[in-house]
Design a protein. Structure first.
Length: 178
């Protein structure tokens, strides 16, 4: 069993995702694991936690491949977050393991669809709800996703994610946070 399938990986993924989506500290014990979907080696993991008395659900995955001319890089992952109490659903974000170049964008390609996301520090987001919804629909129907960004040092990176298991994970998050 590889690191991506271990309990330690799942806990690390949950905590890393939480740090990037909320200002409030969240511990691994507060995050509840729902399940995993996808191939044996590459999975989409689903979670939930309670924030201000309301359930928040999210799903996350790491790339199949990370490419770029860098010597070290932190955790890299994508996650989709639902906050039903706030009317927020399908918020897509990418954490890249480095600080982005100031005022840079991230390019995401799924099949023939291209998306441009804005960046802040080490995270990229869609500019609006419509783009989030379109991204999630493309993820549900796609096979893989390629994400390109530029670090503050000018290093170009290309991360390739599998979308195998995405739809099942997304359905689980929708059920857990209707």
């Amino acid at each position: 069993m590889g690191i991506r399938n271990s309990r330690a990986f799942v806990c690390a993924l949950a905590v890393a995702a939480m740090v990037s989506v909320t200002a409030a500290p969240v511990s691994a014990q507060e995050v509840q694991y729902l399940g995993s979907h996808g191939s044996e080696q590459e999975k989409w993991h689903t979670f939930f936690y309670t924030e201000n008395g309301n359930r928040v659900c999210f799903m996350a995955s790491q790339p199949l491949r990370e490419e770029g001319n860098y010597t070290s890089r932190g955790d890299v992952f994508v996650h989709i977050t639902h906050r039903p109490a706030e009317g927020s659903r399908d918020v897509v974000s990418f954490t890249t393991g480095y600080t982005f170049e100031t005022e840079s964008t991230v390019d995401v390609r799924i099949g023939n669809d291209d998306y441009r996301l804005f960046t802040h520090q080490d995270t990229a987001w869609a500019p609006n709800e419509e783009t989030d919804r379109s991204l999630v629909q493309a993820m549900r129907g796609g096979a893989n996703m390629v994400v390109r960004g530029t670090s503050a040092r000018g290093t170009l990176t290309t991360d390739t994610y599998t979308l195998m298991g995405f739809t099942a994970a997304h359905n689980e998050v929708l059920e857990a946070c209707p």
